[in-house]
Design a protein around this ligand. Structure first.
Ligand code: SAM
Length: 246
C-alpha cells in the first residue's frame, strides 16, 4: 500500500516513520510512504494567506494544495483531508482503508485549508477526535499506523491484532506478564492454569465487563451467544453485589 502525505512539515514524519510496526512494514515492502511539501508546488513557496472577511489566522492557499493533489492522486487513489469537522475515525474505517492500494492524505495547518480545495477535489473529510490540533500531521500518522497494523504481514505474533479492542466491538480483556506477583498483586490464577477453555471464558467475561463499565455504547454492536448470557448474568450479579456492600 502506498501513502502520500501532503504536508508543509515533511520533517514531522521522520521519527514516527522510523519506529516500530510502521518502520518494519516499510522495510518489508508492505507500505511505502512519501511526503509532498506543497511549497514545492508554489512558485513563490507561499502556502498561506490572510482570510477573506478578516479574522485571526491564516488559511492554506488552494493552488499549491491542488497542484500537490493533482501530482499524487491517480484513478484508484483514496483522497482524504484531515479536519475536525470530518467523520470521526474508527477501527472499522481503518479496516476498510486497509484494502486500498493508494491513500493520499492532506494535512491542514493554520485556520485550515481554503474551502475550494474541498469543493473541487471532494476528499473524504476525516477527524481523529473532538479536539483541535495545530496541524493534520499527527492525525495523518494516526491513520497510517492504525491502517498499517491491519495489513497482512505487518504484525508478528508479538503484536497480534485479532484480540485487540474494537476488532470485535468489545474492549480487550486486561493482559498480564511476568512477574506473577508484583507489589502484592497477583495475576489471576485462571491465566496460569493452562486450561485454554477457562482462559477464553475468563477473557470473554472480562471483555464484556470492561465494555459494560467503560463503553456501554459499544455493546449493542456485539453478537452475543447463549454462553455469553450466563457470563452477562455473572457480570451483572457481580456488579449488584459490589453495590450492596458499598
Ligand atoms: N479552524 C479549524 C476548525 O476550527 O475546524 C481548525 C484548524 S486546525 C488549527 C489546523 C489543521 O489541523 C486542520 O486543517 C486539520 O488538518 C488539522 N486538525 C486539527 N484538528 C484535527 C482533528 N481533530 N482531526 C483531524 N485533523 C485535525
Amino acid at each position: 500500500m502506498k501513502f502520500d502525505i501532503i504536508s508543509i512539515f515533511p520533517d514531522f514524519f521522520q521519527s514516527p516513520l522510523a519506529c516500530g510496526i510502521v518502520r518494519i512494514a516499510q522495510e518489508k515492502g508492505i507500505i511505502e510512504v512519501h511526503v509532498i511539501d506543497p511549497r514545492s508546488c508554489a512558485p513563490d513557496s507561499k502556502v498561506d494567506d490572510y482570510q477573506f472577511g478578516g479574522g485571526a489566522g491564516m488559511v492554506m492557499k488552494p493552488e499549491p494544495l491542488l497542484r500537490s493533489i493533482r501530482k499524487t492522486v491517480g484513478k484508484n487513489s483514496r483522497l482524504i483531508a484531515l479536519t475536525p469537522r470530518g467523520i470521526p475515525f474508527n477501527q472499522n474505517m481503518a479496516k476498510a482503508l486497509s484494502s486500498e492500494d493508494h491513500i493520499v492524505i492532506v494535512c491542514g495547518r493554520y485556520k485550515g485549508i481554503d474551502e475550494r480545495v474541498i469543493t473541487l477535489c471532494k476528499p473524504e473529510e476525516i477527524s481523529i477526535g473532538d479536539y483541535v490540533l495545530s496541524g493534520g500531521e499527527a492525525a495523518a500518522f494516526v491513520l497510517i499506523e492504525a491502517i498499517t497494523r491491519l495489513l497482512p504481514g505487518a504484525l508478528g505474533n508479538r503484536d497480534s491484532a485479532e484480540s485487540d479492542s474494537f476488532t470485535t466491538p468489545l474492549l480487550e480483556a486486561p493482559r498480564y506478564t511476568r512477574p506473577n506477583s508484583y507489589r502484592r498483586h497477583t495475576v489471576p490464577a485462571v491465566l496460569r492454569n493452562g486450561n485454554h477453555a477457562h482462559i477464553a471464558r475468563y477473557r470473554r467475561k472480562m471483555a464484556i465487563e470492561q465494555t459494560l463499565e467503560r463503553r456501554p455504547d459499544l455493546l449493542p454492536y456485539e453478537t452475543f451467544t447463549m454462553q455469553d448470557l450466563n457470563i452477562l448474568l455473572e457480570v451483572m450479579n457481580g456488579k449488584n453485589s459490589r453495590h450492596k456492600t458499598r
